[in-house]
Ligand binder design. Structure first.
Ligand SMILES: *[C@@H]1O[C@H](CO)[C@@H](O)[C@H](O)[C@H]1NC(C)=O
Ligand SMILES: *[C@@H]1O[C@H](CO)[C@@H](O)[C@H](O)[C@H]1NC(C)=O
Ligand SMILES: *[C@@H]1O[C@H](CO)[C@@H](O)[C@H](O)[C@H]1NC(C)=O
Length: 387
């Protein structure tokens, strides 16, 4: 008891000594640990994930599995808060170019899971109706093949992106040829394969997902058309399969394609019919919807981030004796390394011409997260939860 008291006093004294020139808003004590299961945190997590998905050009929409850590750094009066969020995410079946809200997308079934973690720094100024994602980084990994074999011995365990097997390219080209042959006039060509899987269904069967673009050729030109299409803007995504049932001559090919909303996505202006909001929208969302002007216009408002894909955990351990059951997700997100913080210019977010700076700190480590973190997971299988 006495020792503890002494420690507290010591810390206080040192804290006082260090701040002789007062440094407002940079005190670590102003970093609040939030409850990861509160509606306050879940609303912000939803906004962050919407912004991350909207920023991406590649890959599949990420859905929230749980909030792993949530901190709030209140700024000086009138300047709102900077949030530091760590989200455990799951890949869904919607491609990001479909611009579908993650809440309307199904996460993939267990043996096709791709899971991981995102760190994000998010700025909210409710008074000025500003919501801004200055930075994010995510790391994803497919569920490990040994975990699939352990929990579901009959499930196919194949890499979700395996281009080494030429049968996948064959499946894509042959299923697209089938689609084109059934299309009244417009023809499409392959942009790239985005997902692969295979399974034994009375014989080998291959499944692919791939992006398509419009081909300048029309149907009557047939295979003689050698025009290269000028752009390569993907207009839709196809699911193709190729099966070779045993004792059956020939292949069974199937294909379905869906097309993206051609409307160019704007950072905030979203199509209300596509992104169904909950019947009772949160305050944050209401404010956000009214707030299309200030965050739309400046190009500087584009968030910075990337999504990194790691190989299956089994691959990494191959050949090494290491038997570490805890899968780590190295997600780095530091706008500064200065423990006192650094100013982050947010002036361009304000309509009035004025200079506004918030203080950004190094990303907090999860050691001091709230006891209410991580929050409950939507999908609680142990193999898809980052530690
Ligand atoms: C999380 O919040 C929901 C709704 O408020 C509640 O029903 C649930 O029990 C909470 N879960 C945990 C693990 O605290
Ligand atoms: C939203 O998208 C639908 C088609 O999905 C379209 O009919 C509608 O006009 C769009 N609404 C707005 C406001 O752009
Ligand atoms: C995001 O991650 C990449 C590596 O994946 C790293 O180079 C970059 O510095 C990170 N961004 C921030 C702001 O830390």
């Amino acid at each position: 008891m006495n020792v503890l008291l002494l420690l507290v006093l010591c810390t206080l004294a040192m804290g006082c000594g260090a701040t002789s020139p007062p440094q407002p808003a940079a005190r670590p004590s102003s970093l609040l640990s939030l409850d990861c299961n509160s509606s306050y945190v879940l609303d912000i997590a939803n906004d962050i994930l919407q912004d991350i998905n909207r920023d991406r050009k590649d890959g599949y929409v990420l859905g929230l599995n749980r909030v792993s850590d949530a901190r709030e750094h209140r700024q000086e009066a009138g300047l709102g808060s900077l949030f530091y969020f760590t989200l455990d995410v799951l890949e869904t079946g919607c491609h990001v170019l479909s611009r579908t809200s993650w809440k309307n997308c199904e996460v993939r079934i267990f043996h096709e899971s791709v899971y991981g973690q995102c760190k994000a720094i998010f700025y909210i100024n409710k008074e000025k109706r500003i919501f801004y994602l200055p930075a994010y980084n995510c790391t994803l990994r497919p569920v490990s093949q040994s975990a699939i074999i352990m929990t579901c011995p009959d499930c196919p365990s194949t890499s979700p992106y395996d281009l080494s097997n030429p049968r996948f390219m064959e499946t894509a080209t042959e299923s697209l040829a089938k689609y084109n042959s059934e299309s009244p006039s417009k023809q499409y060509s392959l942009v790239k394969i985005t997902k692969t899987s295979s399974q034994w269904v009375f014989g080998p069967a291959y499944f692919v997902e791939y992006l398509i673009k419009e081909s300048p050729c029309v149907k009557s030109e047939g295979s003689s058309c050698a025009l290269e299409s000028p752009g390569s803007v993907p207009v839709g995504i196809c699911h193709g399969s190729l099966g070779e049932p045993q004792g059956n001559q020939g292949k069974i090919i199937s294909v379905t394609c869906s097309f993206f909303n051609s409307q160019a996505p704007t950072p905030r202006g979203e199509n209300a019919t596509v992104n169904q909001r909950p019947a009772n929208p949160s305050k944050t969302e209401e404010l956000q919807q009214q707030n299309t002007a200030p965050t739309n216009s400046p190009t500087k408002a584009v968030p910075k981030g990337s999504v990194q894909y790691l190989p299956d955990w089994d691959k990494k351990r191959e050949g090494s004796q290491e038997k570490d059951p805890i899968e780590t997700f190295p997600v780095q997100l530091d706008l500064t390394t200065n423990p006192q913080g650094e100013p982050l210019d947010v002036s361009f977010l304000f309509q009035e011409p004025m200079e506004e700076k918030v203080v950004v700190l190094p990303f907090p480590s999860k050691e001091q997260r709230s006891a209410e973190c991580p929050g409950p997971a939507q999908k609680g299988y142990p193999f898809i939860l980052p530690s």
